[in-house]
Design a protein around this ligand. Structure first.
Ligand code: SF4
Ligand code: SF4
Length: 503
C-alpha cells in the first residue's frame, strides 16, 4: 500500500527557492568601475535582471544572474552598450576553485540553479557531464530522430519487488531514490527534508546506519532503514516500520574501510540514537564479521524477513571485480533489490584515494551485472539499482541504458542544499554550511521546508529531463530503456558524428 496521506499532504509544485546566502557564487563576475554615471542603460539592456537601479543609485550587480561572456560582449550586451565604458564581465575567480573534475564548477552551479528553479540554467554552463576524462563523462547519449512520444506521458515508475514471493509490491513513481546518509553525518533538517521530498515524489530515502529519528515517523512508508556493520540504531521496531530494509555490506566510495564518525559529531542526540557515549568516535567495522558466504548472507535476509513479514530486502554492495557473482548470490539469498555502489560517489567523509582507486567504476559494473543476471535467467526477478557518482539526469539515463532499473543519488541532493564540495564534512564539527553536521548551531542554518523544496525542485528538473530523454529514445516507459546500450556511445571506442553532443 502506498502511503497516500503523507504524499497528498506534501504534493507541491516547483516554488522558486533562492540561495540562503547573501553573496552567491555564479560563474561570471560583472565588474562596474567608478566611471559609472548611474545612467541606468544597463538595466534596460540586460535581459537577466543583473542590474538594478534604486532611486539615483545603481545597486551592486547581481553577477550570479549573468548569462555569460557571449551575451555580455555581444552588440546588444551591457559591456558594449554602457556609454561610460564602465562594465566588464569575466569568469568569477571564486567559481574557478569550486569542485573538481568530476563535480565541475559548472555542474555545481547548474545543480544549485535547478534546486532554485526546477529548470536547467540559461547560463553558458555544461549541465550534463563532468570533465573527469573517464566513466560516464566519456559516454554520450546518441542523438535520435524526433519521436512523437509525449514526454509528459512517459511512465517513470519502477517496481522494487519483482520476486513474486507474496510480499507486497513496492512501486515508486520515478527511477530515483535517496541513498543512505546517517543521523550523525547529516543534520536533522537535511534528513527530514530528504524524507519529505521522497514522500512528495512517491519514492524512497535511506536512513544510513545511524538510527531512525522520531521526526522521520510520518514518512515511514518512504524510508529505507539500513542495517550496516556497526548495527548502530538497529532495532526490531524500526525494521518493522518500513517497506524496505537495506543491508549495507560495503560502500563504493570506501570499500574495505568501514565507517568513522568523529567524536565531535557524536552529540548527545547522536549518542542516544546510536546507543553510545557523547564525544566518543564511532567506527563501523568492515566487513560484517558474521557474513563470509552467501549462506551467511541468506541468514541475514531471513532474519529481516522474519522480523517484518511485509518488508522487502535490498543488498547494498560495492563493485568488486566479481560484482556480478555477488548479485546472483544475493538473488538466491532472497534479496529483492541488489544495489551496486561504484567508486566516485560519497561525501567529503570518504578519502579521495579510496574513492578513485578501489571499487570498479559504476558504468562497467552496471552492464557486467545486468548481462550476467540476464544470462542466469534471473534478471526479471531482481531489481538492479546503481549508485556512485551519478550527478545529472543524463548520468541517470546512461546508468539505466547500461542496465540498471533505477538509481540512487546522494551528493546531488547535498549540492541542492548548496554544498560546495569543499570536502570538510568529516572535519571537526562538520559542514560549515549546516548540511553534513549535527552541531546544533550549524544544524539550524536552514529549515526543513527550505531543504525539502530545494530537493523537490532538483527532482522536478531531473524528472523533466529524463522524460524527454526517454521519449527521444522512442520509449514510452523508463523500463524500456533498461540495458539498451545501443542508445549510448563511448567516445573512446566509437567514431560518431554525434559524439560531441548528447542527444
Ligand atoms: S550603463 Fe554603464 S554607466 Fe550606465 S548605469 Fe550601467 S554601468 Fe553605469
Ligand atoms: S562540508 Fe558541507 S559544503 Fe563541504 S563538502 Fe561536506 S556537505 Fe558539502
Amino acid at each position: 500500500m502506498l502511503c497516500t496521506d503523507i504524499r497528498k499532504e506534501s504534493m507541491v509544485n516547483i516554488i522558486k527557492t533562492p540561495s540562503r546566502f547573501k553573496n552567491r557564487i555564479g560563474k561570471f563576475a560583472v565588474h562596474r568601475s567608478e566611471r559609472c554615471t548611474s545612467c541606468g542603460k544597463c538595466v534596460t539592456v540586460c535581459p537577466y535582471s543583473v542590474f538594478v537601479k534604486a532611486g539615483d543609485k545603481m545597486l551592486r550587480p547581481k553577477s550570479y544572474l549573468c548569462s555569460g561572456l557571449k551575451c555580455a560582449e555581444s552588440e546588444k550586451g551591457c559591456v558594449k552598450n554602457c556609454p561610460a565604458g564602465a562594465l566588464s564581465v569575466a569568469v568569477n575567480p571564486n567559481y574557478k576553485v569550486l569542485g573538481d573534475y568530476r563535480w565541475t564548477p559548472d555542474l555545481i552551479v547548474s545543480t544549485w540553479y535547478q534546486a532554485e528553479t526546477g529548470e536547467l540554467p540559461y547560463m553558458e554552463i555544461e549541465s550534463d557531464s563532468g570533465n573527469s576524462g573517464g566513466g560516464l563523462d566519456r559516454i554520450r547519449i546518441k542523438a535520435r530522430p524526433k519521436e512523437s512520444i509525449d514526454p509528459k506521458k512517459v511512465d517513470m515508475r519502477i517496481n522494487l519487488n519483482k520476486r513474486n514471493d507474496g510480499r507486497p509490491s513496492l512501486i515508486i513513481d520515478m527511477p530515483i531514490y535517496g541513498g543512505g546518509m546517517s543521523f550523525g553525518s547529516i543534520s536533522e533538517s537535511t534528513m527530514i527534508g530528504r524524507a519529505k521530498n521522497a514522500a512528495a515524489w512517491n519514492t524512497l530515502t535511506c536512513t544510513g546506519e545511524g538510527g531512525y529519528p522520531e521526526a522521520l515517523h510520518p514518512y515511514d512508508n518512504h524510508v529505507i532503514t539500513q542495517v550496516a556493520t556497526g548495527l548502530f540504531g538497529v532495532r526490531e521496531e524500526t525494521i518493522q516500520r518500513v517497506r524496505m530494509v537495506e543491508f549495507k555490506y560495503a560502500q563504493g566510495a570506501k570499500p574495505g574501510l568501514g565507517g568513522h564518525l568523529l567524536g565531535d559529531k557524536v552529540t548527545e542526540a547522536v549518542a542516544r540514537m546510536r546507543e553510545s557515549v557523547k564525544g566518543n568516535p564511532l567506527f563501523s567495522p568492515f566487513p560484517f564479521h558474521s557474513v563470509y558466504s552467501i549462506e551467511d548472507h541468506k541468514k541475514h535476509v531471513d532474519w529481516i524477513k522474519h522480523i517484518n513479514p511485509k518488508t522487502l530486502v535490498s543488498t547494498k554492495v560495492s563493485t568488486p571485480t566479481d560484482v556480478e557473482m555477488v548479485a546472483v548470490g544475493s538473488y538466491y539469498a532472497g534479496a529483492h533489490v541488489i544495489h551496486i555502489d561504484g567508486s566516485y560517489g560519497g561525501t567529503g567523509a570518504a578519502p579521495e584515494i579510496a574513492k578513485k582507486n578501489i571499487a570498479m567504476p559504476i558504468d562497467y559494473a552496471i552492464n557486467k551485472t545486468h548481462r550476467f543476471l540476464t544470462q542466469e535467467g534471473i534478471r526479471d526477478k531482481i531489481t538492479l539499482i546503481a549508485s556512485g557518482g551519478l550527478r545529472t539526469a543524463h548520468d541517470i539515463f546512461k546508468a539505466i541504458a547500461l542496465g540498471a532499473d533505477g538509481v540512487v543519488i546522494g551528493t546531488s541532493e547535498m549540492v541542492a542544499l548548496e554544498c560546495l564540495r569543499c570536502k570538510n564534512c568529516e572535519s571537526g564539527r562538520g559542514c560549515a554550511r549546516g548540511i553534513a553536521t549535527t552541531d546544533p548551531l550549524l544544524g539550524v542554518m536552514f529549515s526543513v521546508d527550505w531543504a525539502f523544496q530545494r530537493m523537490y525542485n532538483l527532482y522536478a528538473s531531473f524528472d523533466k529531463q529524463l522524460r524527454k530523454l526517454v521519449a527521444a529514445a522512442g520509449c514510452s516507459s523508463v523500463t524500456e530503456v533498461v540495458g539498451r546500450t545501443e542508445l549510448l556511445l563511448h567516445l573512446d571506442y566509437e567514431n560518431n558524428e554525434n559524439k560531441d553532443k548528447d542527444g
